[in-house]
Design a protein around this ligand. Structure first.
Ligand SMILES: C[S@@+](CC[C@H](N)C(=O)[O-])C[C@H]1O[C@@H](n2cnc3c(N)ncnc32)[C@H](O)[C@@H]1O
Length: 448
């Protein structure tokens, strides 16, 4: 497979018909000029730049083959293969119907929550004749960006339009004909597979007005009760959209590391950034066990408060997991004992909450082994805005901390690519497959 590209290039350069995999490079005329030419040919046909040190670290093609199984080439192939299976993951996780049917019902519900909140705050869109001026209510300064976003949603849905630059007027487009409470009951019945996502939204959205003016604390609503914490954990672990992405990522890990099971006795080192509720952790641990490679897993988060639950969980399942506090956005970078140590770093729904995606991604890159060409960063992140997220996570400060030029916490693929390249990654790939004509969201992003 991938070593064949090197073999053919080497044969051409030293002008021999074939080279046995175990022939030492020392027995061939492989000098610096040959290495340079071979790497240039490989780069031309694959688009991947391999370091010249590859030939110093390997004594023959067989050695190279082992090295390549964790190389950029196999990462690219694994990312492509796992991303072509997105329909299967979506079907298994129960999210195939999300865009064709659930999203529009969820949308209507979000609009109902927004207009009910605005009505409570003295902005009754339901009784305003078309053409009336809409004056946004005054809210806590910390929620101003959320309020602006709520108005953007109403503009996008055609309920309000902007006349001149700062003048908003009500249009003729009708509001949902049922209350949010009724729409919530209905969506639970109509889309039970996503019930806990609807319940999570219902934890904060009916209190939107109170939160906006400081009469309710969203942190307390979300984290202050076992119900809230369970719904959050459930969202990251078992919600169909989360599960589909975690399964895709797990397939990628298994595909990358399985070929190493015969050749590696040293453990593969994996680090998870912002592992939090461990929503993705379980999937990746299972994939590593299935791959049959020795491994060590470093579970990190900026807050140690998540470790107790995770520790209990992974002690019982006897996994080689250790725990470390790690803030991925410090200017000083990660602590030195973590730098340059990992074959792979993963992070799910965390980097978006940091100030600067490029700074955080550069820190994640510093954790990767510089001597392994295919050491990679894998992310699961939303790349398209979904309105209900604003009504839950948009109430928290983390959603609005960005200072890197984003317009919203959820960055599109273009911004992710730009940030990852700025962080020093040479290759960035996004999920290729579609489910019912839409990309999975959140999606898997891989960079190396
Ligand atoms: C939305 S949660 C996702 C949790 C987890 N990845 C999951 O899927 O279950 C985001 C996590 O990122 C962590 N986090 C936020 N800022 C961070 C930072 N600067 N460095 C590391 N972790 C951070 C939070 O503590 C939280 O656990």
């Amino acid at each position: 497979m991938s070593v064949q590209i090197f073999r053919e290039a080497l044969c051409r350069e030293i002008n021999v018909p074939d080279i046995a995999l175990d022939t030492p490079f020392a027995h061939l005329d492989v000098d610096a000029a040959v290495v340079f030419a071979v790497l240039a040919q490989v780069e031309e046909s694959t688009g991947i730049t391999f370091p010249a040190s590859l030939f110093r670290d390997c004594t023959c093609l067989a050695d190279l083959e082992k090295r390549l199984s964790t190389s950029a080439l196999s990462i690219r192939e694994a990312a492509r293969e796992s991303s072509q299976l997105v329909k299967d993951f979506a079907a298994a996780a129960g999210t195939t119907d999300y865009w064709p049917s659930v999203a529009s019902d969820q949308h209507r519900l979000v609009i109902a929550y927004i207009w009910e909140a605005l009505k409570q705050l003295g902005c009754p869109l339901d009784i305003m004749p078309a053409g009336s001026k809409v004056v946004p209510p005054t809210v806590q300064p910390s929620h101003q960006q959320l309020l602006d976003t709520l108005f953007e949603i109403l503009i996008q849905e055609g309920l309000i339009e902007r006349v001149n630059s700062d003048h908003l007027v009500r249009t003729k487009v009708p509001l949902p004909s049922s209350s949010a409470a009724i729409l919530h009951e209905r969506i639970l019945l109509d889309h039970p597979r996503h019930a806990n996502t609807h319940r999570l939204l219902h934890l904060t959205a009916p209190r939107l007005a109170d939160c906006l003016v400081g009469n309710a604390d969203p942190i307390r609503l979300l984290f202050g009760s076992p119900v809230g914490r369970d719904l959050l954990q459930d969202f990251y672990t078992r919600a169909p959209m989360s599960m589909a992405a975690s399964q895709q990522l797990a397939a990628l890990f298994q595909r990358v590391f399985e070929p190493l099971k015969q050749s590696t006795s040293d453990p593969i080192e994996i680090l998870e950034v912002g592992a939090g509720f461990g929503g993705t952790t379980g999937f990746i641990l299972d994939a590593l066990v299935a791959a049959g490679v020795p491994f060590r897993y470093t579970f990190t988060d900026v807050s140690a408060s998540f470790f107790k639950t995770a520790r209990q969980h992974y002690r019982t399942s006897d996994m080689p997991v250790s725990f470390e506090v790690l803030d991925i956005e410090t200017v000083a970078g990660p602590p030195s004992h973590l730098q340059g140590r990992f074959h792979a770093v993963l992070s799910t729904n965390c980097l978006h909450a940091t100030r600067d995606l490029a700074v955080s991604a550069a820190n994640a890159r510093r954790l990767l082994r510089p001597d392994v060409p295919g050491a990679f960063l894998a992310l699961i992140e939303f790349t398209e805005r979904i309105f209900w997220l604003d009504l839950v996570f948009g109430l928290l400060d983390g959603w609005w901390r960005f200072t890197d030029g984003r317009r919203h916490c959820v960055a599109g693929e273009g911004f992710w690519k730009q940030s990852l390249v700025k962080a020093g990654f040479g290759q960035v790939v996004f999920t290729e497959g579609n489910v019912e004509g839409k990309k999975p969201n959140p999606e898997v992003i891989v960079a190396w």
